[in-house]
Design a protein around this ligand. Sequence first.
Ligand SMILES: Cc1cc2nc3c(=O)[nH]c(=O)nc-3n(C[C@H](O)[C@H](O)[C@H](O)COP(=O)(O)OP(=O)(O)OC[C@H]3O[C@@H](n4cnc5c(N)ncnc54)[C@H](O)[C@@H]3O)c2cc1C
Length: 447
Amino acid sequence: MTNATNDLEARLEGALLLPGAAGYDGARSVWNAMVDHRPRMIVRCAGVGDVVAAVRAARDMDLEIGVRCGGHSVIGLGVPHDGLMIDLTPMAAVHVDPAARRARVQGGALLGVLDAQAQRHGLATTAGNVSHTGVGGLTLGGGMGWMARKYGLTCDNVESFELVTAEGEVLRVTRDEHPELFWGLSGGGGNFGVVTEFEFRLHEIGTRALTVECSFELDQGVDVLRGWRDLNAEAPRESTFTASIGPDGLLTVGFVWVGDPEAGRGLAPRIAALGRPVAERVVEQSYLQLQRRDDVTDGHTLRRYWKGHFLRAFDDAAIGAFLRRGSADGTGEHLPNVGLQAYGGAIADVPDADTAFAHRGTLFEYVAAARWTDPGEDADRFAVARRCAGAVEPFASGVYVNTLSDEGDAGVRRAYGPDKLARLTALKRRYDPQNAFHLNHNIRPTG
Ligand SMILES: Cc1cc2nc3c(=O)[nH]c(=O)nc-3n(C[C@H](O)[C@H](O)[C@H](O)COP(=O)(O)OP(=O)(O)OC[C@H]3O[C@@H](n4cnc5c(N)ncnc54)[C@H](O)[C@@H]3O)c2cc1C
């Protein structure tokens, strides 16, 4: 160990892991099994003091910084190769104040912990659909979930951030304290520092949820999706419409309902009536079960690649492109799963200028998601997923920053648009002029 490494270790409350140490490989492994980055050191942070020490040490030692929470960045941005990884996972505590309807959440917590703690009181805030996703990355990019149409994105529900800046300063950031930074942290990703604590507003949602899904043969797809789109336009905010084509090659459409299931059941026959379903599923479950429903399908250990788009409209041409999945007739080898999730409602109520998160007029978010195990298929899986999503791109208005993978600067431009990107660039220049935090969907201080 060098003197600098010894000094860092002496200052830490948590542990410093070097290659070969027990726990090193576990700490650097992430959701996408393709990612095999080997940090020069990992700081397992026990608190804000450790984060400050890690940021300062990385800068003194000129090491690239990676910030890891849930490890769900599709391309493993949280884990720097040969750099210093700020591992926030030991900082996973959630404290709920039911009377004030607030949750204080440490920067390394997973969504499942937040959901579980809040649901003990019948409360929740918007969180993503898979419980092992990190609160950190999800919230900082926006945060879409089954409650967003009713209560806004996860970032819309933040009251305050505790932030460690590139200088190692600790700031409390609210709408009134450092308001420009508050704007930037509401969708601008991990560009401005390390968030060590989020404070969220919670909502009384009860504990129940309902999922309705009907599957149809693809030859009914155009009519089914037209009807599904039109039904979505009048759907209550408790519902989030979904559509997907999975490994069975069927088109599955329906909705997730958060709240009293009886109130949602009335919509179910209208989904079935969109065509001649070959399968119907109506599942009533607890909100916590819903939030863990996809944990296994979307679990760790598989190779992964994603492409996404935001769609402001879904006309017949877009429907056709969605159904064909970049092939002539919607069939073929190694086709990714494709899905649509409805936006609108409270997401669109927030004026677009209020947050760094952009594209609030989105109607549906599209994602093409490939998963496989054989490394020999890597190149083909990438190519087919790109072709599939490429066919929908002419109908897209932008992209969600948290769905970006390897698009680089072009993806960041699509995520924010020119005006927001200029404002984010100015903020970056002010808080991180050396671009110490660049392992993210990067906003460059130089523009
Ligand atoms: C299975 C799966 C399901 C998903 N479902 C949804 C969903 O329902 N809704 C949705 O909106 N998104 C969803 N996503 C996308 C998800 O929001 C992003 O992948 C997000 O980056 C994951 O955050 P993380 O903390 O888990 O990832 P990490 O890889 O740990 O972090 C990603 C990046 O976020 C930044 N970061 C993380 N924590 C902090 C922090 N505390 N302070 C500063 N920077 C930080 C860093 O730049 C880091 O590189 C899903 C992703 C996966 C893989």
